[in-house]
Unconditional design. Structure first.
Length: 559
């Protein structure tokens, strides 16, 4: 994060903290945490949580931990741990020496389980998972107590110890909190807090064959780390009574406060980590960092900047109720950021040959163009101009409609930074009839910047000199899903956009781009914002289109 960037935005979470500080609760401390599960790559929704938790700590001069909720080894991998750390740091945040894992506390959490048993607040249950669901009741009917609920403390301690020692098969027994099967809150109806699971853990190996449930490990991990404000999404609101009950039941001196906020829902975007993982594993996308994915790594490869994502998270705010944010706002944020940063250049994505017949064959001019029209510090570049240039195929029509101000037979346009040209003849492929070449003439008195360059024409085109063109592959990305809410319906893959990626292999660029490094951004004139992809090499440049130039969000706000 930039040194001069501060977090001054106030939201209801900060209002709660302000009141806590006024009352002296938590001794005026503010200590938050970001607790991802290492079972996939982070997505844009996690970016909102990262910005809120780390940003809140920065605002109040407090601390924020990074803690991995690694309580389900069957779905966790070191790859995900590494990617999460990379994403948090890329967004501009640092946990210093406060990187923790729920697995750090497995010994202590087991002892808490024993303490609950000895206090008569937990028991070992032999019901199957389906039987537990059947006994749980409904929203309108109370649950039914397990026949194993009244086992003696001694038997429960012995069984729990034997569970730990691996004497029972997976799923044959669980440890449940003993609360209230008649509670109106289903989460309080004797929830499962430990289960048997034989899976090698990425940190503890095969030491454990029992693992705590999230609802058990999370509040106690918060307490062990001295967290003051445990900020999570709205789906955990009904879990808050259990969170508080567990802290009270183990009588922990630190009592974090759980605060729920609305998760990010983005139009045309799927946020289910399970479904995103399926897209990767089933080959619908090229990987977690496919630029069409809403993952932070995908957005990074697409060309989004951390500044734009932090700006987006700040603009959408923190609310108490769920809503859907228009994807156009995210695009608006990256346009605003890149408009200031990106160098300008010319690229022809679908080339059409133009021969300027009255221009000398053996002459090459070096024209001068600014790298950024509003940032003179970025300097100028030289663009070669010669007799043969390329323009976009779409910038020519043989029989144009009215108000088509690009090139057509007998019509004039200006070539950006260069001259006015006029189309005289059209050359077509004899077999297909497709236009393959234009024969034009130029007006030498109309050179840009020259004394007589003021003659007006309505169209200005970008172009590239044929003899100096740099070849490139350009990848054009569109929404991965056609539906605004792609998770509706049983088969979300039915909403996949077959045109979400278009790869153009015959693109040509001006030579100033030839040695552009991976990650460098450009605004290709009239085309949009692009970034050099990691697949680039000296032999072949590869660009991703980050976003187009048309800003529907800005137009909506003006309207």
């Amino acid at each position: 994060m930039a040194e001069n960037e501060t977090y001054t935005t106030t939201n209801f979470v900060h209002s709660i903290i302000d009141e806590d500080n006024r009352s002296g609760k938590h001794g005026g401390r503010v200590h938050t945490r970001f607790p991802p599960e290492p079972n996939g790559y982070l997505h844009i929704g996690h970016a909102k949580s990262i910005c809120l938790n780390f940003g809140t700590a920065i605002k109040y001069g407090g601390l924020c931990n990074l803690r991995f909720d690694d309580t389900n080894p069957s779905k966790e991998e070191v790859e995900y741990v590494d990617s999460i750390q990379e994403d948090v740091k890329w967004l501009g945040f640092d946990w210093d020496n406060r990187k923790f894992y729920a697995s750090n506390y497995f010994d202590q959490l087991y002892q808490y389980g024993v303490e609950l048993i000895k206090a008569g607040k937990a028991f070992v249950c032999d019901l199957t998972a389906q039987e537990i669901r059947d006994y749980r009741g409904t929203l309108t009917e109370p649950g039914k107590e397990s026949p194993y609920r009244n086992r003696s403390v001694e038997e429960n301690v012995d069984l729990f110890n034997r569970m730990k020692n691996g004497e029972f098969p997976d799923g044959s027994r669980v440890l449940r909190a003993k609360i209230d099967m008649g509670s109106p809150n289903l989460n309080m109806r004797d929830p499962v807090i430990y289960r048997i699971l034989r899976a090698t853990h990425h940190r503890t190996g095969d030491k454990w064959c029992i693992y705590p449930m999230y609802d058990f490990a999370h509040p106690l991990s918060d307490a062990l780390e001295g967290i003051t404000h445990s900020v999570c999404t709205l789906e955990f609101e009904d879990h808050r009574p259990l969170y508080d009950w567990l802290l009270e039941a183990v009588n922990h001196e630190c009592r974090p406060q759980q605060i729920e906020f609305a998760r990010l829902n983005l139009s045309y975007t799927m946020m289910s980590k399970r479904k995103l993982r399926a897209l990767v594993e089933e080959g619908y996308v090229a990987g977690w960092d496919d630029p069409r994915m809403p993952t932070i790594s995908g957005l990074r490869r697409r060309g989004f900047t951390p500044e734009a994502i932090r700006d987006f998270c700040d603009r959408i705010g923190v609310a108490k109720s769920n809503s859907v944010v228009d994807y156009a706002l995210l695009e608006h944020c990256i346009r605003e950021d890149l408009n200031v940063k990106a160098r300008r250049a010319m690229a022809v994505l679908k080339p059409l040959k133009v021969v300027i017949e009255n221009y000398p064959e053996d002459v090459v001019e070096e024209l001068v163009a600014e790298n950024h029209p509003e940032n003179p510090e970025l300097g100028n570049r030289k663009i070669p101009f010669s007799r043969v240039v390329y323009i976009e195929q779409d910038d020519f029509m043989e029989d144009p409609p009215k108000k088509f101000f690009r090139l057509a037979p007998g019509q004039e346009v200006r070539l950006k930074h260069a001259y006015i040209i006029k189309c005289n003849d059209v050359i077509k492929d004899e077999t297909t009839g497709a236009v393959i070449e234009l024969r034009c003439t130029y007006d030498p008195e109309t050179k840009s910047g020259g004394a007589l360059s003021g003659r007006k024409v309505k169209g200005t085109l970008h172009w590239v000199s044929a003899a100096h063109a740099v070849k490139a592959e350009v990848r054009l990305y569109d929404q991965l899903f056609l539906s605004e809410d792609p998770e509706t319906g049983e088969d979300y893959t039915a909403n996949l956009n077959p045109d979400s990626l278009t790869t153009l292999t015959e693109c040509i660029l001006e030579p100033s781009i030839a040695e552009a490094n991976v990650g460098l951004h450009f605004q290709f004139l009239r085309q949009g914002y692009f970034v050099v992809d990691r697949d680039s090499s000296p032999e072949k440049l590869v660009f991703n289109r980050v976003v187009g130039l048309r800003d529907s969000w800005a137009k909506l706000q003006k309207g």
